[in-house]
Ligand binder design. Structure first.
Ligand SMILES: *[C@@H]1O[C@H](CO)[C@@H](O)[C@H](O)[C@H]1NC(C)=O
Ligand SMILES: *[C@@H]1O[C@H](CO)[C@@H](O)[C@H](O)[C@H]1NC(C)=O
Ligand SMILES: *[C@@H]1O[C@H](CO)[C@@H](O)[C@H](O)[C@H]1NC(C)=O
Ligand SMILES: *[C@@H]1O[C@H](CO)[C@@H](O)[C@H](O)[C@H]1NC(C)=O
Ligand SMILES: *[C@@H]1O[C@H](CO)[C@@H](O)[C@H](O)[C@H]1NC(C)=O
Ligand SMILES: *[C@@H]1O[C@H](CO)[C@@H](O)[C@H](O)[C@H]1NC(C)=O
Length: 441
């Protein structure tokens, strides 16, 4: 019995071995033939199917000729969609160049099978659709050139999946939206001539302006500084300073009383709701034996603050100096900080926030809410309060209380910012559309 199975398995393995040697890359050869058969191309590109595929024009095999190593067919008049179920079978492919043809449509999803691919050159074609999802799974890619096509949509953050990537060329397409922060070790990068907007992430700002030129609305990095939705950027030496970033505030002076009334009313309601939570906290602390009333001061690690001196709002010089004089106890470093509430889930600073791309979620009586997408992909809601007359101390103590609120129906406050002219509250972003209603309710 054992002898028979031994013989049988020997026989089977010999069969497999001879098949592998003789059929070389039969499947790959057929895949290549199917590719060429199904795609219109120039007549001079002919593959003789009685010859080994490794001898064909544009095809290169690995050293033992068992599989196709590279396929280069630049400028061979290929027209139309790349047929699926063909090139995706060249599982050992390292280099694929189909540049300078008239390929259109989308890259077939089975490209994700080309897991060994190191270089992909598809530039100068007419490919359309979104950034091909299959490409972000080719984690061996070192160079990716899909420039000069007709690609749309956003550049996915998943590009960071390509950890070995050094060259990324996306120029001359119709990509839109924000540039994601790409932190892989790129040495060459080009997104010029697209429809990108928003700020250039700091991870990409080392590249020259020519890498970003020709986009509608990109800013920061090597290009002009961004105008933040929240606070205008620090005045640069040769600043053509923006006229007045608070022009909107002046128009609504008449409603100040109403706003104060509303603020006070909502604060009261909020405080009532909070009273219970607060009371519970206090009693629990007493039970623990901590008699001190200001226990928060004993855990400074939980309240992270970051100092961003460059981001000082350039409003009136007088108001700034006033801020300095009020903050006597802690010095002037106190002034322009994003103060994080307890439970620190975020690790950005004011500068990151100012660089974030923002869109208006809603306008209410007490201010405007923005959805802000930070470079690393974090999304938060920033509420910019308008005409708040609280002093810094009042504001801070209020925020301390709000920051401690933990209630399923209350969006947690994550951070706040206070300066004389600007008060910002940072909340978690709730993807459901009800957020703006929540904030303005
Ligand atoms: C195809 O290759 C075979 C063997 O290499 C050769 O005899 C034949 O002439 C070739 N056909 C053409 C059209 O080149
Ligand atoms: C791609 O790989 C998957 C699994 O590895 C396989 O099922 C599929 O047939 C492959 N596609 C092609 C076109 O080879
Ligand atoms: C990232 O790469 C892994 C394979 O390494 C893949 O499974 C995953 O789907 C990729 N993620 C995206 C978003 O493409
Ligand atoms: C690019 O796509 C748009 C529609 O998405 C189409 O109108 C246009 O002709 C395409 N351009 C090229 C060069 O294929
Ligand atoms: C950027 O463009 C997208 C769509 O192209 C748009 O939804 C978004 O509002 C724009 N953002 C800014 C800051 O212009
Ligand atoms: C990016 O590509 C454009 C043309 O598409 C070119 O003019 C520019 O010089 C390139 N930028 C870099 C940094 O190579």
């Amino acid at each position: 019995m054992g002898a028979i199975s031994l013989v049988l398995s020997c026989f089977v393995s010999i069969l497999l071995l001879t098949e592998r040697v003789s059929s070389e890359s039969l499947e790959e050869k057929q895949a290549l033939l199917a590719f060429l058969e199904r795609i219109p191309h120039e007549n001079r590109l002919q593959w003789n199917d009685s010859d080994s595929a490794c001898n064909w024009v544009g095809v290169e095999c690995n050293s033992d000729r068992s599989s196709v190593y590279s396929l280069r067919l630049p400028g061979t008049g290929l027209v139309g969609q790349i047929p699926s179920g063909t090139l995706g079978k060249l599982s050992q492919l390292r280099v694929l160049s189909l540049r300078s043809n008239r390929l259109s449509g989308q890259i077939p999803p089975d490209f994700k099978n080309l897991t060994h691919l190191r270089s992909l050159y598809l530039q100068h074609n007419e490919l359309s659709g979104e950034f091909p999802a299959s490409i972000t799974q080719l984690t061996g890619l070192v160079r990716l050139d899909i420039s000069s096509n007709n690609l749309t949509g956003s550049i996915p953050f998943a590009v960071n999946n390509l950890t070995l990537l050094t060259g990324l060329f996306l120029g001359n397409n119709r990509f839109s939206g924000n540039l994601p922060s790409i932190t892989v070790g790129l040495t060459d990068f080009n997104v010029s001539v697209n429809n990108l907007n928003g700020s250039i992430p700091s991870s990409l700002s080392k590249f020259p302006a020519a890498s970003f030129a020709g986009n509608v609305n990109l800013c920061g990095g090597p290009l002009r500084p961004c105008k933040s939705f929240f606070i205008s950027p620090s005045p640069s030496p040769d600043a053509d300073s923006p006229p007045s970033r608070f022009s909107g505030g002046k128009k609504s002076k008449l409603s100040t009383a109403a706003i104060i009334a509303i603020s006070v009313a909502s604060a009261l309601v909020g405080l009532l709701l909070l009273a219970l939570v607060f009371f519970l906290c206090l009693t629990r602390r007493k039970r623990r034996g901590g008699g001190g009333s200001r226990t928060k001061q004993t855990k400074p690690a939980e309240t992270t603050t970051r100092n961003v001196p460059e981001a000082i709002p350039p409003a009136g010089g007088a108001s700034s100096s006033k801020d300095v004089t009020t903050g006597t106890s802690s010095g002037m470093g106190e002034r322009n900080r994003l103060v994080f509430t307890e439970g620190g889930v975020y690790s950005f600073d004011l500068e990151d926030l100012l660089r974030a791309s923002a869109e208006v979620l809603g306008k209410g009586s007490v201010g405007t809410s923005y959805k802000a997408v930070l470079e690393e992909g974090t999304t938060v809601v920033v509420k910019r309060l308008k005409d708040v007359a609280a002093s810094k101390k009042e504001f801070e103590s209020q925020m301390e209380v709000v920051g401690k609120t933990k209630h399923p129906n209350v969006v947690p406050l994550r951070a706040y910012y206070y300066s004389k002219d600007e008060k910002l509250l940072v909340f978690d972003f709730m993807p459901s559309g009800s957020l703006s209603a929540l904030l303005h309710g």
